[in-house]
Design a binder for this molecule. Structure first.
Ligand code: TMP
Length: 216
């Protein structure tokens, strides 16, 4: 759609996505690129307010359908006020989660109709499609253990963000399969990365893919 490049990181809980987003942003900046590092739900003040509604509180606070609509309200703001302008300037945008998270969490794992998700993608994402998506894959038991460990290390404000972790192993097992299915169905833009290996090894795999596919 524009001169910039758009890279997303996807996956379940505790896959080390956020660490990799930061590592890639730093490496691209070091190579002279202007980078917007962002996340979903979030990325604008309005979308961050919606994030607070989504990630904290009782597990059954929202139906999966309401979650899909709230995530898309946040995404609409993120695309209009942050992602699209950055890509138009020629910047590199790296987002910790994007459209595939709604398809996996609310669609496959949450039971929201694929037709509704597809329609939201058409209407709101449109041509603001990632050039490259890393799907970070790990066994849900290991991912949930890592996410629980992280909760003890971060400030109290963020440790309230446990609504999705609390959904149980069956949900997270179906989530893993959902992301693998999405990667298989979109093999032109998705790369599955084994997230159980070391942070440094994952960073090298990510960098090699970025260099060979997008030539920064
Ligand atoms: P994070 O923990 O990776 O920051 O993501 C916040 C939570 O929001 C995470 O549990 C996944 C969930 N989520 C959805 O359920 N649907 C979405 O569309 C997005 C972007 C996130």
């Amino acid at each position: 759609m524009s001169p910039g490049k758009f890279i997303t990181f996807e996956g379940g809980e505790g896959t080390g996505k956020s660490t990799q987003v930061t590592a890639l942003a730093e490496r691209l900046q070091a190579s002279g690129r202007t980078v917007l590092q962002t996340r979903e739900p979030g990325g604008t003040p309005q979308a961050e307010q919606i994030r607070n509604l989504l990630v904290s509180g009782e597990t059954d606070r929202w139906s999966p359908q309401a979650e899909a609509l709230l995530n898309y309200a946040a995404r609409d703001s993120h695309i209009l006020h942050s992602i699209r302008p950055a890509l138009a300037r020629g910047d590199w945008v790296i987002s910790d989660r994007y459209m595939d998270s709604t398809r996996a969490y609310q669609g496959h794992a949450g039971g929201v109709s694929a037709d509704l998700i597809t329609e939201l993608e058409h209407q709101i994402v449109g041509n603001v499609m990632p050039d490259l998506t890393f799907v970070m894959d790990i066994a849900p038991e290991a991912g949930l253990a890592r996410a629980a460990e992280r909760m003890t290390e971060i400030p109290a404000q963020e440790s309230k963000e446990d609504r999705f972790e609390a959904k149980g192993l069956a949900f997270h097992t179906s989530l893993r399969q959902a992301f693998l299915d999405i990667a298989r169905d979109n093999s032109d833009r998705c790369v599955v990365v084994d997230a159980s290996i070391s942070i440094e090894q994952v960073s090298e795999i990510v960098w090699r893919e970025v260099v060979s596919r997008l030539a920064p």
